[in-house]
Design a protein around this ligand. Sequence first.
Ligand code: CO
Length: 220
Amino acid sequence: MKESIKQLLAGNQHWSEVKVKQDPEFFRRSALGQSPKFLWIGCSDSRVSPNDITETDVGELFIHRNIANLVVKDDLNLLSVLQYAVEVLKVEDVIVCGHYGCGGVNAALKNQKLGLIDRWLENIKEAYDYYQWEMADITDLEERSKRLVELNVLEQVNNLGKTEIIQNAWTKGNRPSLNGWVYELETGQIRILHEEITNNTDLAIACKYERKKAYEMARQ
Ligand code: CO
């Protein structure tokens, strides 16, 4: 575990030397440009490091991270990343990757007051409210948290699909596909929740299934 800024820089020195030893042209090639095939939207959590958990190298993932991997429709930061990834880099797949044990999701679930961040987490509460009937049925707190992590990924995939950027790409018959994943801290493994959504029909099916369940539960 590195504990000082000095150690980070020493780490960088070592990493770059090892890279050059393995592949003398690596950085020269890398400096020429990037053409990542994937956009990763994930949580800022230090344990869910996209390149590490997918065994990818620098240059392979275009990355946006925020607390609880949210896609907020007026977040200029995320939208700029998305537009650049889809329209300029032409990534083939967009991945929203949540993780169980997410501090952001748990804070929203427990209605904890943490200050400024509460305003950000309001966006999870929307998902929570939508599925409150299902959530109310789950009494075990850890199970509730896990389920909300999954539903949150679904909602964010849905939000992505509704952006003009994705809609424009799909209307032209282009990719990207949208994918919802969840990462398990205890095992280091990724589970697929929603796979290869490349049109509005598939998006609606992915969302409808969960929403229909929520609707039916509301009527019970
Ligand atoms: Co998190």
